[in-house]
Design a protein around this ligand. Structure first.
Ligand code: SF4
Length: 126
């Protein structure tokens, strides 16, 4: 059997920032052991990050008839990491009109990702 491959991650679950290690079998990529976590959340994060990493998407979209030209938005749930750029590119074509309320869905199922983008602040009309 070949030697295990160790991949390191920094847990972002809390300010402690535990240093996580995931051992995987090189042939099958199966996880053999997870170390370095101080709580269950850290172990789950290591497995998620190793097998299917996700990111919350935060960006802005164009808005008309508002005080500011851009509206800050974020995804309503973490998106698959490999979809983040695709989602951002799709949002370049989104243009909304004020007024907008914090939490309003600005774009649904962006690029087929299953992720909705929501406004993160009120933007009154002018
Ligand atoms: S493993 Fe737990 S205690 Fe350590 S950083 Fe992650 S959430 Fe915090």
């Amino acid at each position: 059997m070949s030697e295990l491959v160790t991949v390191r991650y920094l847990c972002i679950g809390c300010p402690l920032g535990c240093r996580l290690e995931v051992d995987e079998a090189p042939e099958t990529h199966a996880i053999v052991e997870v170390r370095g976590f101080s709580c269950r959340r850290g172990k789950e994060y290591a497995i998620q990050e190793h097998t299917a990493p996700q990111r919350t998407v935060t960006t802005t979209v164009a808005i008309d008839h508002a005080r500011w030209a851009r509206l800050p938005v974020r995804s309503d749930r973490p998106a698959p990491k490999e979809m983040v750029l695709t989602i951002c590119h799709a949002l370049r074509h989104v243009r909304v009109t004020a007024p907008v309320k914090m939490g309003d869905v600005i774009a649904a199922n962006v690029a087929g990702s299953g992720v909705n983008m929501i406004a993160t602040r009120d933007m009154p009309g002018q």
